[in-house]
Design a protein around this ligand. Structure first.
Ligand SMILES: NC(=O)c1ccc[n+]([C@@H]2O[C@H](COP(=O)([O-])OP(=O)(O)OC[C@H]3O[C@@H](n4cnc5c(N)ncnc54)[C@H](O)[C@@H]3O)[C@@H](O)[C@H]2O)c1
Length: 388
């Protein structure tokens, strides 16, 4: 799964510190990703799980198994447990309301991605958190993967020259029962643009710079869900680079972050790449970190070859909990702040808007309009008029 030369490390010691030195974390929503956060906390020496909020029977059993307090109400948990930090791993539609409760209580919060299901309420949340000086982190955990740290450092160091183009693919087939066991996944706003593409958009913004405009198309779910099941977008970056990105939860394929990184063992590993970044002096593919350059002359008639760049390997979810704990202790500022999460979800929202209207969207105008009105509440026509 990993290239020779890679170093398997843990950013964090696994031995637990004494109880009084640990930050006490609560998880709200102990489903698919919430359980992974609970496991990640076990591997961070200076953090511990103190409580779970989730009305389901399965969560109650999990809480008992892990020996932590169980609640079915967030406010009551805060009142009784006063945790140092809260992880929100609930369905996306609940993120803003629950994060507001955490912010009002002055408790730093790690909100799963996407930050919200509409840009306007994400703005309100981020503004409130900033004014109260309470940290929001957004769960774009891929930025905590050492391979992304390495790719970012290489691009910043000019290893591929000026970034001119990027292409990113996120294709896989989610089985029917994935939707049946959590019906919210069939509802508007929970399609692959929102649920999956937001990770890739966040990485593209991190690696290639701010996105200034988008043009997108989408196709309706052939399984009859209230969302798209395939979409593609053309992106323009602030530095002049151009990108293409496509996503589908209904294509049987090996090209996605999930399958090509080996990051999460539930996804069978495929030795492929999911993203290529093209520069004036060379190109980088991700996640294999193949750096393609001409050895002599930069010329399409001279040989071009790849150097596979070694990198450390550690679990980004564990690293993210370690980082959250450092933010809580005020030893670090959020790597993916609420505002960063807001910008990534705004691009995703613009992609949805462009796919619905057929118009291209300029991000500066979209963000300024989103700040002043609720885009999702039947105001598409006004937005459309103002954008075009
Ligand atoms: N970072 C990632 O890679 C990643 C992966 C999967 C999901 N996610 C995000 O995490 C969030 C949850 O997704 P999931 O797939 O784990 O969902 P899920 O349906 O598996 O789990 C959600 C959990 O929240 C609980 N819940 C529902 N309403 C609640 C409430 N009011 N209070 C407390 N708990 C409540 C449910 O009982 C369930 O256990 C979504 O925003 C999703 O986009 C992120």
């Amino acid at each position: 799964m990993f290239e020779s030369g890679d170093t398997v490390t843990s950013d964090l010691g696994e031995a637990k510190n004494s109880t009084q030195d640990r930050v006490r974390l609560a998880i709200v929503g102990l489903g698919l990703i919430g359980l992974r956060h609970a496991d990640a906390i076990d591997h961070v020496g200076d953090a511990e799980l103190c409580a779970v909020v989730d009305a389901s029977q399965a969560s109650q059993e999990q809480a008992a198994r892990r020996g932590v307090a169980w609640y079915d109400d967030l406010s009551r948990m805060i009142k009784e447990q006063s945790p140092d930090g809260i992880i929100l791993a609930t369905p996306t539609v609940l993120h803003v309301e629950q994060a507001q409760i955490c912010i009002d209580a002055g408790i730093p919060v790690l909100v799963e991605k996407p930050l919200a299901d509409d840009v306007r309420s994400a703005f309100d949340l981020v503004t409130k958190a900033e004014s109260k000086n309470v940290a929001i982190l957004v769960g774009h955990h891929r930025r905590h993967n050492p391979l992304i740290r390495k790719a970012h450092a290489m691009i910043q160091a000019g290893n591929i020259g000026d970034v001119r183009a990027v292409q990113s693919v996120c294709w896989f087939y989610k089985p029917d029962d994935y939707f049946e066991i959590a019906p919210w996944r069939k509802q508007p706003g929970a399609g692959p643009i929102s649920v999956n593409l937001v990770h890739d958009i966040d990485l593209l913004r991190h690696l290639c710079g701010e996105i200034t405009s988008v043009q997108a198309q989408a196709a309706s779910s052939v399984r009859g869900y209230a969302n798209e099941d395939v979409a593609a977008a053309l992106l323009t970056f602030e530095n002049g680079a151009i990108g293409t990105i496509s996503v589908s939860d209904s294509i049987a394929a090996p090209w996605s972050w999930e399958h090509t990184t080996g990051e999460n063992p539930i996804y069978p590993y495929t030795p492929q790449s999911a993203m290529q970044i093209g520069g004036s002096n060379g190109s980088l593919s991700i996640p294999d970190l193949a750096l393609w350059t001409h050895k002599e002359k930069r010329d399409w008639w001279t040989p071009i070859s790849a150097t596979y760049v070694p990198r450390d390997i550690s679990d980004p979810l564990v690293n993210q909990i370690g980082h959250f704990s450092a933010v809580i202790r005020r030893e670090a500022t959020p790597l993916v702040s609420g505002r960063e999460g807001l910008l990534s979800m705004a691009v995703v929202s613009a992609i949805q808007h462009s796919a619905q209207t057929g118009n291209s969207v300029r991000m500066a105008e979209y963000l300024s309009l989103a700040q002043s009105q609720s885009i999702e509440e039947g105001k598409l026509s006004r937005l459309e008029r103002e954008l075009n």
